[in-house]
Write a protein that binds this ligand. Structure first.
Ligand SMILES: Cc1cc2nc3c(=O)[nH]c(=O)nc-3n(C[C@H](O)[C@H](O)[C@H](O)COP(=O)(O)OP(=O)(O)OC[C@H]3O[C@@H](n4cnc5c(N)ncnc54)[C@H](O)[C@@H]3O)c2cc1C
Length: 421
């Protein structure tokens, strides 16, 4: 079968690779000159099934007000008149109940855990390298109140069978020795030893090379303009390099997916939530983190990626702009220099931002649509790197007419009652 994959982020590339493994004739289109140059470029590097949870949860609206008022704020809202934003924001609020949280979390964990297993297999099969480490995630608490407040989180981890360790200050230092120099900054932490870390950009580029060896054609520098609808089915993709035809079209355009789908009458509630990162060259490895340290106060992740420290965070609601705001850089610099003052040289850091393709329920939109030949793999939000390997396998199964190894209930576009105009 001939399949066109639209988008060469981590999601498009993992899908293309698995489709090629399944024997399909695959072409990938992307406007960029190489794979993973948009949101998959500079993320925080956590492969974290243990933290797979929706942002929308009970108590979040109140917490959001507190976050908006902090000096180094994890949440920024730039008011703008945009109907899609208003609809998305209201849907997000509707998902902030205990009941919705449970449903959404269950769906996310299902995909994230499957993804972890698929990533382990992919590594074993291909030997792919990407500055990967398997040393877990440490959520670091600066206050006793944060440490005391872990009971609810731990109950959730226990319910989903996620391994964890509650650590006091010395326990945190045993896990992350560089924190010995800043022990006065925190009181304890919650370790999820099953989580992994790695450079999503390197992974995607290396997997794209492996896919190319299997015959996948990558047509970079190609602007996708629209999908052609003929009768009730898709009959081609119009690009600035002409119209291309296939037996199946897979939309994996991250935050830009809804823009291409809207003219077809398919409405998916995916909205761009901007995040920032800095990538700091390590100058003293003994002062750098070993794995990921998640600063609970600032909601910033500090991750070791080879000879660099990746520091990522912030949720900025401002539409599709990629403007880099210096205040966000200051927050990221503050966190890394506060916790790891001797690790790296922040003056030489690369400053970056990307648009998380967020759904209001935190769960991506996968699988077939009601339009023949049209498939979706998008809306992975905060966890696209974590969920990529499983998404690739699921999509290869669905497009090939097989049955995915996980239950697709609640993962497809059919969960949105107003998806089809
Ligand atoms: C600051 C930050 C930190 C993050 N940290 C983590 C983390 O630690 N762990 C984790 O699991 N996830 C994390 N994420 C989320 C993760 O990075 C995303 O979910 C993931 O990269 C989305 O991948 P994607 O392939 O769907 O989208 P993208 O990587 O954006 O790929 C979409 C592709 O489509 C192409 N495209 C779009 N429109 C067109 C068009 N019209 N024509 C041609 N090409 C087009 C783009 O060029 C792009 O290459 C983070 C995100 C951010 C911003």
């Amino acid at each position: 079968m001939k399949v066109i994959v639209l988008g060469s982020g981590v999601i498009g590339v993992t899908c293309a690779y698995q489709l090629a493994v399944a024997g399909h004739d695959v072409t990938v289109l992307d406007r960029q000159p190489a794979a993973a140059l948009e949101t998959s470029y500079g993320n925080a590097g956590e492969v974290s099934p243990g933290y797979s949870a929706p942002w929308a949860g009970p108590g979040v609206p109140l917490k959001a007000i507190k976050w908006l008022l902090m000096q180094h704020r994890p949440l920024v809202i730039r008011p703008h008149l945009d109907l899609a934003f208003i609809r998305w924001g209201l849907a997000m609020l509707r998902n902030c109940t205990a009941e919705r949280y449970e449903v959404n979390k269950g769906r996310m964990v299902r995909l994230a855990e499957y993804s972890r297993d698929c990533l382990v297999e992919l590594r074993a099969q291909t030997g792919i390298r990407y500055d990967e480490r398997m040393q877990g995630t440490l959520q670091l608490f600066r206050t006793q109140a944060q440490l005391d407040g872990t009971a609810a989180d731990i109950a959730v981890l226990q319910r989903y069978g996620v391994r964890y360790e509650l650590l006091d200050m010395d326990g945190c230092i045993r896990h992350e020795p560089a924190l010995a120099r800043t022990r006065e900054k925190f009181v304890g932490g919650l370790l999820l030893p099953g989580d992994e870390t790695g450079d999503c950009f390197k992974f995607t580029q290396n997997l794209a090379a492996l896919a190319a060896q299997r015959g996948v054609q990558f047509r970079y520098g190609t602007q996708i303009k629209r999908l052609l609808l003929s009768g009730k089915q898709i009959d081609g993709v119009v690009t600035d390099a002409g119209t291309l035809k296939a037996d199946a079209y897979l939309v994996a355009l991250g935050s830009h997916s809804p823009l291409l789908l809207k003219p077809l009458g398919v409405r998916i509630p995916v909205y761009p939530v901007k995040g920032y990162s800095i990538t700091v060259p390590i100058t003293d490895a003994s002062g750098a983190p070993e794995s990921t340290v998640m600063d609970e106060t600032h909601k910033v992740a500090v991750t070791r990626l080879g000879d660099r420290i990746r520091v990522g965070g912030t949720a900025e609601l401002a539409g599709y702009t990629l403007k880099l705001h210096d205040a966000r850089r200051q927050t990221l610099e503050h966190v890394v220099t506060d916790l790891f003052p001797h690790g790296g040289d922040v003056s030489r850091a690369e400053f970056w931002c990307g648009l998380r393709p967020m759904t209001p329920d935190g769960t991506p939109v996968l699988g077939a649509t009601r339009i023949p030949k049209l498939f979706l793999a998008t809306g992975h939000g905060t966890l696209g790197w974590t969920m990529a390997a499983g998404t690739g396998r699921v999509m290869a199964d669905v497009i090939g007419g097989g049955t995915p190894q996980i239950d697709m209930a609640g993962l497809t576009v059919d969960r949105y009652p107003n998806a089809y105009a």
